[in-house]
Design a protein around this ligand. Structure first.
Ligand code: PNS
Length: 164
C-alpha cells in the first residue's frame, strides 16, 4: 500500500493546493495532508483553522487525512508510516528550494522519495501570500480559494471591524 504525505503551510489552502491534493489522491492509496505548525512564523490562520478549512475543502475525498505536524517533515512522514512526499511545482523559481528540501529529506531518510506534480497552468500564478494580500485590501478571493477560506476571510474581517 502506497501512503503519501502532501505537506505545506496552507495559510490558507488555495485552489492550486486543492488541485494537487485531488491529483495526489488519485496516485496514492492513502493521502495524508500534513499541515505545518511552525512556531517560528506567525500565520494568519491558526493550525486548527487551517486544518478545519482543509477538511471542509476535501470532504468529497473519502479516507483523506488532514493532520497537523511540528518539527521535521521527515519525522512526520516516518510517524505516518508513509513512503512518499508529494510537492507541487509552480515555476522554475520553486525548483531550487524544492530540490534542496527533497535532497535533504532523502539524505535524512533514504527510504522516502519525493515526487513533484506540476501545478495546473490555471493556478501557476497563485500563492497563499497573494491571496492574503488580496483579502487584506478587501478584494474578492473567491476565484482563488475554496469557499471555506473565503468564509474564513470574511469572518476575520468582521472580527477586526468589531475590534476597531
Ligand atoms: O507550503 P510551504 O510553506 O511551501 O511548505 C513548506 C514545508 C512545510 C513543506 C517545509 O517548510 C517543511 O517541510 N518544514 C518542516 C521542517 C523541515 O523538515 N525542514 C527540513 C527540510 S529541508
Amino acid at each position: 500500500m502506497l501512503r503519501g504525505v502532501y505537506p505545506g503551510s496552507f495559510d490558507p489552502v488555495t485552489l492550486g493546493h486543492l488541485d494537487i491534493i485531488r491529483r495526489s489522491y488519485n496516485i496514492v492509496d492513502e493521502l495524508i495532508v500534513g499541515v505545518l505548525n511552525n512556531n517560528a512564523k506567525i500565520p494568519l490562520f491558526s493550525v486548527q483553522e487551517r486544518v478545519k478549512m482543509l477538511k471542509e475543502a476535501t470532504k468529497e475525498l473519502p479516507g483523506i487525512k488532514i493532520v497537523p505536524f511540528e518539527g521535521l517533515l521527515i519525522e512526520f512522514v516516518r510517524q505516518m508510516d508513509a513512503q512518499l512526499v508529494i510537492r507541487g511545482l509552480r515555476a522554475i523559481t520553486d525548483f531550487e528550494y524544492e530540490l534542496q528540501m527533497s535532497q535533504t529529506n532523502h539524505k535524512l531518510e533514504p527510504s522516502v522519495e519525493t515526487i513533484f506534480l506540476t501545478t495546473n497552468v490555471e493556478y501557476s500564478y497563485l500563492s497563499s501570500s497573494t491571496v492574503k494580500e488580496i483579502a487584506a485590501f478587501g478584494g474578492d478571493t473567491s476565484q482563488f480559494v475554496p469557499e471555506a477560506v473565503t468564509l474564513a476571510f470574511n469572518q476575520k474581517k468582521k472580527e477586526s471591524n468589531k475590534d476597531e
